[in-house]
Design a protein around this ligand. Structure first.
Ligand code: AMP
Length: 367
């Protein structure tokens, strides 16, 4: 793998806020960011040295992009693997590679991969039709959650099946048919409901040479399937923290990973940990690292994909990050005025419901 030098260019597939923050960190390190995104005026293009507006299926545009950059990375995990193949065929190096994408894009493949590493997941059952769903429910029991295998995010593409739903639909068959319809009759996975005490994530990085650096686990609260707050440190025992770190090291190593990964966990009352999912990219729960750590997750990812030494992930401050979702962003002036608050806005013009518009990180004291 070639290491980049200052003034080289990092190509980023995807133009959202994660790409924007990656571009800002690349710029800080004297590197250039070139964003590839199908949408005009995306948050990332506003902060980047170069921008290609093209579809992920546009082979010519992908080939030109590959020729214009020194390495390619991505800011969302649903990048079509075909686009990655075109880039690689054109001579571009894509980090993290296609293997991490393939595992993270399919919830069934992801769970099988995690289990094979000896790390626990929720009980699961592959569902390709109504018969599978009924068999899965009979085995796993209720409550359970039906999730599409692909393209789900922020609680989209999933539905719960509880005893109450079955009462509501007057029959088991009707409730099952309704749930199947809710996920669009797409290949899915049925998961047993995990009675977790807390949701915790870890942000980890692996460099070209296999060096691994982990941030401390972060505690997350979701509302309506969307991340609301992230807090560091997480209120978990040192043993639970060690288990989470061990799992992250196993995952990073098995994927021969280069870059930053976010892994989400459920922590049970007895301190056992269960992997929920992994994102082969910088992660919303890691935003607080930008204000509370010596080196942010964005800088760490740029360092890793550039083949540079990884930075120190130590936290100098405890912190809580709050996502500004939809109209929450109207509070930006108050957030800007609050002592100890670090305001980040993503440059999105329209505050639609459920849309992540920015975040505020409050530094709550020395770490
Ligand atoms: P996901 O899209 O898989 O991250 O799910 C979104 C949120 O739904 C999670 O952060 C949890 O709060 C909840 N959730 C998902 N799967 C489960 C599960 N198997 N058991 C309990 N809660 C879950």
């Amino acid at each position: 793998m070639r290491s980049l030098t200052p003034n080289d260019t990092i190509g980023v597939l995807g133009g959202g806020q994660l790409g924007r923050m990656l571009a800002m960190s690349a710029t800080q390190l004297g590197l250039k960011a070139h964003i590839y995104c199908p949408d005009d005026d995306c948050p990332a293009s506003q902060a980047a040295a170069a921008f290609t507006k093209a579809a992920y299926t546009d082979e010519k545009a992908l080939q030109a992009f590959a020729a214009a950059v020194d390495v390619v990375t991505y800011e969302f995990e649903n990048v079509p693997v075909e686009a990655v193949a075109v880039l690689q065929d054109s001579g571009a190096e894509v980090r993290p590679g296609a293997v991490a994408l393939e595992k993270a894009q399919d919830r069934l493949v992801e769970k099988e991969f995690v289990r094979a590493l000896g790390v626990a997941t929720a009980d699961f059952h592959a569902v390709d039709g109504l018969d599978d769903l009924e068999a899965g429910l009979a085995r796993i029991g209720r409550p359970a959650i039906l999730k599409t295998r692909r393209l789900g995010y922020d609680g989209k593409g999933q539905t719960r099946l509880t005893d109450k739903d079955i009462d509501l639909h007057a029959s088991f068959e009707k409730a099952v048919a309704f749930a199947w319809d809710e996920v669009g009759a797409a290949p899915s996975i049925l998961e047993g409901f995990v009675p977790f005490e807390r949701e915790v994530s870890i942000i980890g990085a692996r460099g070209h040479d296999g060096e691994i650096k982990l941030y401390d686990p972060i505690e997350n609260v979701h509302a309506g399937g969307i991340l609301k707050t992230s807090t560091a440190p997480a209120a978990i025992t040192p043993e639970a923290s060690d288990r989470i770190k061990d799992a992250a090291v196993k995952i990073l190593t098995a994927l021969d990973y280069v870059g930053v990964i976010g892994v989400e966990f459920f922590v049970l009352t007895d301190g056992d940990i269960i992997v929920n999912e992994m994102a082969p990219r910088v992660h919303n729960s890691g935003h607080l690292t930008a204000d509370a750590c010596a080196v942010s997750q964005f800088e760490q990812h740029i360092r890793a994909v550039a083949g540079w030494p990884l930075g120190d992930p130590a936290r100098h401050s405890d912190a809580q990050m709050e996502n500004l979702i939809g109209e929450d962003v109207d509070r930006w002036r108050d957030a800007a005025a609050a002592p100890g608050a670090c305001l980040h806005l993503y440059g999105k013009r329209e505050a639609r419901a459920g849309r992540k518009m920015g975040h505020v990180t409050k530094l709550t004291g020395p770490a």
